[in-house]
Design a binder for this molecule. Structure first.
Ligand SMILES: [Fe+2]
Length: 153
């Protein structure tokens, strides 16, 4: 990967995480307003993590001598928890984001700082994928109405 390609990739990651964190915070507020405080806390945590990932990408662009660029990736907004979970689950399967990050990390053999950064993203996004799969499994076992009762608070 050339330096230019690396800077573009980091700017692209930043744009998508700044955007997804905004969506996470909207979902936090939406589900808290509906009374599902526990699920809202998870959205908040996710939003903070993704904002942090975005900021780290911007910092790395600057450290590499690149120019940070403004970017926005349109995000769907849901008012039902199950629709958000399904969208995340579909996204992880369809776009293979975690696998893609793993490939990128492995290819960064000449830049251990960026490699470690991308590896930290792999860890973060695998956790996101795992908790979404866990919650989908719980809904499958106990039913959505019972799951919603558990998410109140
Ligand atoms: Fe995530």
């Amino acid at each position: 990967m050339t330096l230019e390609e690396k800077i573009k990739m980091l700017n692209d990651y930043a744009a998508s995480w700044y955007s997804s964190s905004q969506a996470d915070f909207i979902h936090e507020a939406t589900f808290r307003a509906q009374g599902f405080g526990k699920f809202a806390d998870l959205c908040k945590e996710e939003g903070e993590e993704e904002l942090d990932e975005a900021k780290k990408c911007t910092e790395r662009v600057l450290a590499l001598g690149g120019q940070p660029v403004f970017g926005c990736v349109e995000q769907p907004i849901f008012c039902e928890i199950k629709d958000l979970l399904k969208d995340w689950d579909d996204g992880f399967k369809e776009f293979k984001g975690v696998e893609e990050l793993e490939k990128v990390a492995a290819s960064l053999t000449d830049d251990s700082i960026t490699r470690k950064l991308v590896e930290s993203f792999v860890e973060c996004e695998s956790e996101h994928r795992a908790w979404v799969a866990k919650h989908m499994g719980i809904i499958g076992r106990i039913g959505y109405e019972n799951y919603l009762i558990e998410q109140m608070g």
